[in-house]
Design a protein around this ligand. Structure first.
Ligand SMILES: O=P(O)(O)OC[C@H]1O[C@H](O)[C@H](O)[C@@H](O)[C@@H]1O
Length: 457
């Protein structure tokens, strides 16, 4: 059940020599990663993780998931960025579209990835009367959004169950030894899971970060790891001609150097919407540095063909499309004949909806290629835990190679600190007095920035 990569639609946009010329650079990038000689080499634990992950902790994850399923109608996963996007992607791709669970298991909800009082109030209302457990996930242990949500939910649980019982419903996934969340978990006696020091947030979905929520939702995490292991072996060679993950990275780099500035991630299943969000963080946070990098955007077709289709077909030729196709649908429906045929759809009678979806996809790709938008296709045989694990690793490896080819450190995210500093200064956090003073000089009494005011005038 491999993940396959087809860029035949692209070969009318790039030359054979461009592809051959990059193969030596790809080999160098591979060696830099595997010999740990490049920037960010402290964060390469994800490369071998599928074959050397902590098997004892994996069993602990499965036992905890069983306990959570027995004691809870719902699990609230509290985390932001890489601490929730991977599990959300897996659960939405592989469980019931309208219930974040595989039938008969515990529903999984997400909090702590925004600062919206409406979102959290509506979630609390929805959870009224339900038995809940919490998995709070933060590698640093200090990220404001999840910390705020955890404070609200921890208070709720202690009020609902009492401190002792609440303790048995709180699961913490964080740094092995340091950080506010680790300290709190040790002090309160919460069960903990580890985000390895050498695996960054956006590369952590195959650690307990993603695995515990997936297991609670009823996904087979053994299969996820088997798929990742298969991908580890498949994409472990430096030869561009035989490594499809690297071919994807190479084509991205070629398009970037030819002036494309946006990569549009396309899927044809609503269940893959969150996979696109996970993909955007992986590539956007890994490559968006030194004013470089493809901007990762996403659309969900055929839905968005009726909102963004005009731009993609005839707008500014800024981008190429990477289409994530699923060969065999999880479910299908046969279109029935209607003797009256008032809607004129009897030409579809006897076909399945997936056949129509696939022809829409083919027709769209051909139209977009005609419109000057190159189309790459990454195809999963089917959408299951094994292929999801393969796909995760396919993209992780491609992203590391692509970022290395771009000449950035694919494993840090210094730019994320800027908003945090301003936010803390504006909120009057101790230790941010100097930053606050600087900001206040920019802000008018209205609280708008001088720039805004000037623009308005
Ligand atoms: O897991 P945490 O330390 O809370 O970090 C959660 C997220 O926020 C950080 O600011 C980074 O942008 C992400 O790479 C990370 O996944």
């Amino acid at each position: 059940m491999p993940v396959s990569f087809d860029f035949t639609n692209v070969l009318s946009f790039i030359t054979n020599s461009e592809f051959e010329n990059i193969s030596e650079f790809v080999k160098q990038a591979h060696n830099q990663l595997h010999q740990q000689t490049g920037p960010g080499s402290d964060y390469l634990g994800w490369i071998d993780w599928p074959i050397n992950y902590d098997k004892e902790e994996f069993l602990q994850v499965k036992l905890a998931a069983e306990r959570i399923q027995q004691q809870s109608d719902a699990l609230i996963v509290i985390g932001i960025g890489g601490s929730y996007l991977g599990s959300k992607a897996a659960i939405e791709a592989l469980s019931h579209t309208f219930h974040n669970q595989v039938k008969g298991n515990t529903e999984v909800y997400f909090a702590g990835h925004n600062i919206s009082p409406t979102y959290i109030t509506h979630l609390l209302q929805l959870l009224e009367g339900k038995d809940i457990s919490i998995n709070v996930i933060s590698k640093s242990g200090t990220t404001t959004e999840p910390a705020l949500a955890f404070r609200i939910f921890r208070t709720l649980l202690e009020k609902k169950y009492g401190k002792e019982e609440a303790r048995n419903r709180i699961y913490v996934t964080t740094d092995r030894s340091k950080g506010a969340l680790r300290n709190l978990a040790v002090e309160e006696g919460y069960e903990t899971f580890v985000i390895p020091d050498n695996i960054g947030g956006r590369y952590s979905v195959l650690t307990p970060v993603g695995l515990l929520p997936m297991a609670v939702a009823g996904l087979n995490i053994d299969q996820v790891m088997q798929g990742a292991k298969a991908a580890y072996h498949k994409y472990n060679n430096p030869v561009l001609a035989t490594n499809e993950s690297y071919q994807y990275a190479a084509v991205r780099n070629i398009f970037y150097n030819k002036g494309k500035s946006i990569e549009l991630f396309v899927s044809y299943e609503p269940g893959l919407l969150s996979t696109a969000e996970w993909w955007k963080q992986l590539f956007g946070e890994s490559e968006g540095k030194d004013e470089k990098g493809l901007f990762p955007a996403s659309v969900n077709f055929s839905t968005d063909l009726h909102s963004m289709g005009q731009y993609v077909q005839e707008g500014h030729r800024l981008f190429f499309e990477t289409v994530l196709q699923v060969k065999k649908p999880s479910l299908d429906l046969v279109i029935q004949e209607d003797p009256a045929n008032i809607d004129g759809l009897n030409f579809l009678a006897g076909k399945t909806m997936d056949e129509v979806n696939k022809k829409a996809a083919l027709g769209t790709s051909l139209a977009h290629v005609d419109g000057g938008v190159p189309n790459l296709v990454i195809e999963l045989d089917e959408l299951n835990e094994f292929t999801f694990g393969e796909m995760i690793y396919f993209f992780e490896k491609a992203c590391a190679i692509s970022g290395t080819l771009l000449g950035v450190n694919p494993f840090d995210q210094p730019g994320v600190e800027a908003y945090k500093t301003n936010m803390f200064a504006l909120l009057g956090k101790e230790g941010f007095e100097k930053e606050r003073e600087k900001l206040e000089n920019r802000l008018l009494p209205s609280g708008n920035s001088q720039n805004d005011e000037v623009k308005i005038q």
